[in-house]
Design a protein around this ligand. Structure first.
Ligand SMILES: *Cc1c(COP(=O)(O)O)cnc(C)c1O
Length: 376
């Protein structure tokens, strides 16, 4: 089996329709049927476990060439079947539509996933429970446990194996939002479905919205295709071309961003006494549980969070940094910092979330140092 950096470049080769090394951007929404009437037949969904046969593209809400390249490539990168969506939330909605649980155990995490759960509660009476043992004990067959790990915004880590066992004991399913742990393999610890906001690390350039659902079941994979056709949530043609570009550097980017984030976190943590405005640093490299090494295999989340002494310091710190844009989101080449309560009303007003990009880490360390000194 070729390894990740190779499959992320070559995993979609058999889906290339022309000899161009970079598959062209396709903007067509519709594709001509065969000119030969003898070859006309009823349409079959383009699903096949092996991703071996280039399938006919018909209408781009169903599938389009770069979307198919993404699915073939990510499938090989993750040793699963991959469906691509127009956003991370479209992927989460597709997972909820597929499993259609009566009860959903969901922990803290991305506010948008809670927003979808609230819509389902409003419309269909979905019962929302926490990830506590008492709530997990209330699960019944066909219900869903949704675990985001590492979790937004502080990159704390949950033990996937533990929640897989709790879900499976009750005949429920475990969905893992692995956006903050782009290189971890939740299937190895019992997850039934994995989602990513591909807007973040898979995309990696802050220039496309997309989501991914991964499954190891061929049957689920087919159903996800049919559902996506009717939910209308396939990735857009142009974004798909950008994502094909992004996949090629996926492992390189994530490893570098993780190494830099861990170095910056260590520096800040070791020097807390020098920076009196800094009261807490949250990152999984500082979390000691034994399962973390097993789950993350040394590749930490490139995102972390800090707590500062006051709301005023939190509000002003971003403007004192030169290499961290003050913006929401994460995963791009440019480092970002966000006064988190601006976009997430569950965040404390003293919390800042940091997404480490691909700049030289020593420049990032110097930048943070001067900004924290100015804030003192
Ligand atoms: C951003 C994000 C999402 C939502 O993804 P979009 O692509 O913005 O729809 C879901 N989960 C996590 C953990 C995220 O960071």
């Amino acid at each position: 089996m070729p390894r990740l950096a190779t499959t992320s470049i070559h995993g979609g080769n058999e889906k290339h329709r022309v000899p161009d090394v970079i598959p062209p951007i396709n903007i067509a929404t519709t594709f001509r049927y065969d000119d030969d009437p003898e070859k006309l037949r009823k349409l079959e969904p383009p699903t096949n476990g092996e991703h071996a046969v280039p399938t006919d593209v018909v209408y781009s809400r169903l599938a389009h060439p770069n979307g198919e390249i993404i699915e073939a490539t990510v499938g090989k990168m993750t040793n699963s079947y991959a469906r691509v969506y127009s956003s991370g939330l479209a992927a989460f909605y597709a997972a909820m539509t597929y499993f259609n649980p009566k009860r959903l155990c969901i922990g803290k995490g991305y506010h948008g996933c809670h927003g979808i759960a609230d819509i389902l509660t409003r419309n269909y009476g979905l019962v929302q429970l926490s990830l506590s043992d008492a709530d997990l004990a209330q699960l019944e067959k066909g219900d869903v446990v949704h675990v985001e790990t590492p979790v937004n915004p502080d990159s704390g880590c949950f033990d996937i194996e533990y929640f897989a066992q709790k879900a499976h004991e009750k005949g429920a399913f475990l969905v893992v939002d692995s956006t903050f742990g782009p290189l971890q393999d939740p299937f190895a610890f019992g997850a039934d479905m994995v989602m990513h906001s591909a807007t973040k690390y898979f995309g990696g350039h802050s220039d496309l919205l997309s989501g991914l659902l991964l499954t190891r079941s061929d049957e689920t994979y087919r159903q996800l295709f049919d559902d996506r056709v009717y939910l209308g949530t396939n990735i857009g043609n142009l974004e798909a071309a950008l994502l094909v570009r992004s996949l090629k550097t996926f492992e390189l980017r994530v490893r570098q961003q993780s190494t830099s984030a861990t170095k910056l976190v260590k520096y800040l943590h070791d020097n807390m006494a020098r920076f009196p405005v800094l009261t807490e640093i949250y990152h999984l490299s500082l979390q000691k549980d034994a399962f973390i090494e097993k789950q993350l295999k040394g590749v930490h989340s490139p995102t972390f969070a800090i707590q500062v002494t006051s709301e005023d310091v939190a509000k002003r710190l971003p403007s004192r940094l030169h290499y961290f844009f003050h913006a929401t989101s994460l995963g791009g080449a440019e480092s970002l910092i966000e006064w988190r309560c601006m976009s997430d009303d569950t965040a404390l007003p003293t919390l800042l979330r940091v997404s480490v990009g691909l700049e030289n880490v020593d420049d990032l360390i110097e930048d943070f140092t001067q900004a924290l000194e100015l804030s003192a």
